[in-house]
Design a protein around this ligand. Structure first.
Ligand code: S3P
Length: 168
């Protein structure tokens, strides 16, 4: 098993760093949100809007369960809520080394792209919502991770280098 699993909050850079990391290591790259979108032929916000969050969470679990015994030389980037669901944790651990990309509330706010719909942040006070979610999720991300990398004020290349250096 030599896969790498990237976990962390929205805007921590999981997809961008995952893609670069996979490229550098000559690994395959899979993003769970992208995978689920392709499988359902719906965007993530369409799934949330038409079927609800719980349905999306079930799809996430099915996805990592299916991946848990058949990925090889792959970087798997996960949606921000996937790794905080207890049911998914054994699957992630089975897939590979779990790397938590840490991000602060201010960096999330800086990096948020107004053109991308994020169903969990669609409300007036985004800062408060991010803080609230981070408070709940931070300890879980930390407990699940084998490796923790801070991404605040760092370039994509610098974070990718740190991830590579920390892999055993
Ligand atoms: C979510 C994060 C999103 C996506 C969905 C729910 C979350 O993925 O899976 O909107 O619960 O944090 P990213 O972390 O890639 O933005």
């Amino acid at each position: 098993m030599n896969n790498i699993v990237l976990i962390g909050f929205m805007c921590s850079g999981k997809t961008t760093i995952g893609r670069l990391l996979a490229n550098e290591l000559d690994y395959s790259f899979i993003d769970t949100d992208y995978w689920i979108s392709k499988e359902t032929d719906l965007t993530i916000d369409e799934i949330f809007a038409s079927k609800g969050e719980e349905y999306f969470r079930k799809l996430e679990t099915e996805t990592v369960k299916n991946f848990s015994n058949n990925l090889k030389n792959t970087v798997l980037s996960t949606g921000g809520g996937l790794s905080v669901r207890e049911v998914n944790i054994p699957y992630l651990k089975e897939i590979g080394q779990v790397v938590y990309l840490q991000v602060s509330k201010d960096t999330v706010l800086d990096r948020l792209n107004p053109n991308v719909v994020r169903p969990l942040l669609e409300q007036d006070n985004q800062a408060e919502r991010i803080e609230e979610l981070l408070k709940i999720r931070r300890p879980i991300y930390e407990a699940v991770a084998d490796i923790i990398i801070d991404t605040d004020n760092k370039s994509v290349e610098a974070v990718t280098r740190e991830v590579r250096q920390s892999l055993s």
